[in-house]
Write a protein that binds this ligand. Structure first.
Ligand SMILES: CC(C)(COP(=O)(O)OP(=O)(O)OC[C@H]1O[C@@H](n2cnc3c(N)ncnc32)[C@H](O)[C@@H]1OP(=O)(O)O)[C@@H](O)C(=O)NCCC(=O)NCCS
Length: 362
């Protein structure tokens, strides 16, 4: 049976930074509080659409794998902030990349989207239906954030990351070894974004209360810690591995304290846990592929390593993927394209959010 091996990786983070000092001007918060409670120092705010971020991450992942878009059988875009609902972001990518032989669909499992997508890909590769798949996580989360609401806006950023999965019959046993997925709709009420569905009738006006992301911070924190630890444990058990055999954990970057608490429960020391939340905040479905890219570029993954991807998100959903890394930790090629440049400041980019969500604020 073939295994799903990651052979290419790429990311696209937009250039405009939203620092903690910038946030101090928008809501009642401060740098010390944010760093201590979340580990985040800055995030990126996109001047383009999530499809544009996805496209560049995809092109970089394809170059890294050394394959052409026409080699792809399938494109999955994990996102909860697609530019539009239909055509899907994946279908738009298929056209932009010229991936003429690929099926394409979006997958929404919020922050667990990349882990869910990797699990779907694993099943399809092992059953022989597909051989080469591009998975992209892409988000423009600033669209759903009220930057006067300090309980939510400090956490999130925009970005995209991509990975190419290929079917391999590798004698070294590389590839995805096991997965664990789950959800709990009742707990899902702790984290809600009620806009952009078909609720109500077409003439309804958009209510800012519905259009902004809301969650019960402390409840979500606890559910996330328990969810990540339990899911990763189940996936490792299925793979017949103990936590002492794990070389690198790439967790969803939601909050440094969530990551620390969950991996402590797992009994995995911090040196084996990759974090880049300091620079990008929580980028939902994009966070694991961005972190995976950064971990590889930083030399944190070696050939043959046992790597665990683990995530938790809205729904609520959780997912973990255990894999043995292949023999290559360097990209085969580089895509040199860039996003269009912008003169806009972070405050220019956020002004529409301020006008919509909090028009009466100072
Ligand atoms: C949101 C979160 C960072 C808040 O951290 P916390 O340690 O739980 O903080 P609390 O909500 O208990 O608030 C503690 C105090 O800080 C205040 N506070 C909250 N946000 C603040 C901010 N941005 N700046 C300054 N003070 C803040 C609160 O009002 C509270 O003050 P009080 O004690 O006077 O009432 C944390 O709960 C979290 O990360 N939750 C998970 C959210 C998440 O990741 N969602 C997506 C999952 S994929």
């Amino acid at each position: 049976m073939p295994r799903a091996v990651i052979t290419g990786w790429g990311r696209c983070v937009p250039p405009v930074r939203l620092t903690n000092a910038n946030l101090e001007r928008l809501c009642d918060t401060d740098d010390d509080w944010i760093v201590e409670r979340t580990g985040i120092r800055e995030r990126r705010i996109s001047h383009v659409e999530s499809t544009d971020l996805a496209e560049l991450a995809a092109r970089r992942a394809l170059a890294s794998a050394g394959i052409e878009a026409t080699d792809l059988d399938l494109i999955i875009v994990a996102t909860c902030t697609p530019e539009i609902l239909c055509p899907t972001t994946a279908a738009m990518l298929e056209e932009r990349l010229g991936a003429d032989n690929a099926a394409a669909f979006d997958l929404n499992a919020a922050c667990s989207g990349f882990a869910y997508s990797a699990s779907v890909v694993t099943g399809m590769i092992q059953s022989g239906f597909v051989e080469r798949v591009l998975v992209v996580g892409a988000e423009k989360l600033r669209y759903i954030l009220d930057y006067r609401d300090r309980s939510t806006c400090i956490l999130f950023g925009d970005g995209a990351g991509g990975a190419v999965f290929e079917a391999r019959d590798t004698p070294d046993g590389a590839g995805v070894l096991s997965v664990d997925l789950g959800s709990d709709g009742e707990l899902g009420r702790t984290m809600v974004w009620g806009h952009m569905g078909s609720k109500g009738d077409p003439s309804r006006t958009v209510d800012p209360e519905e259009a902004r992301l809301q969650f019960e911070g402390q409840a979500v924190f606890k559910i996330a810690v328990q969810g990540i630890a339990a899911s990763a444990t189940r996936a490792l058990e299925r793979a017949g591995l103990g936590t002492d055999e794990v070389d690198v954990v790439i967790p969803h970057q939601a909050n440094a304290r969530i990551i620390d608490a969950a991996t402590r429960r797992l009994g995995i020391d911090p040196e084996r846990v990759f974090q880049n939340i300091e620079h990008f905040g929580n980028t939902a479905a994009a966070s694991i592929p961005i972190a995976l890219h950064d971990a590889l570029e930083a030399g944190c993954i070696a050939p043959g390593d046992i790597v665990v991807l683990t995530a938790f998100g809205g729904g609520v959903t959780w997912g973990s993927v255990v894999m043995r890394w292949g023999d290559r930790v360097e990209s085969l090629g580089t895509h040199h394209g860039e996003l269009p440049s912008t003169e806009a400041t972070v405050f220019d980019l956020l002004q529409p959010n301020l006008d919509f969500f909090a028009p009466d604020a100072d």
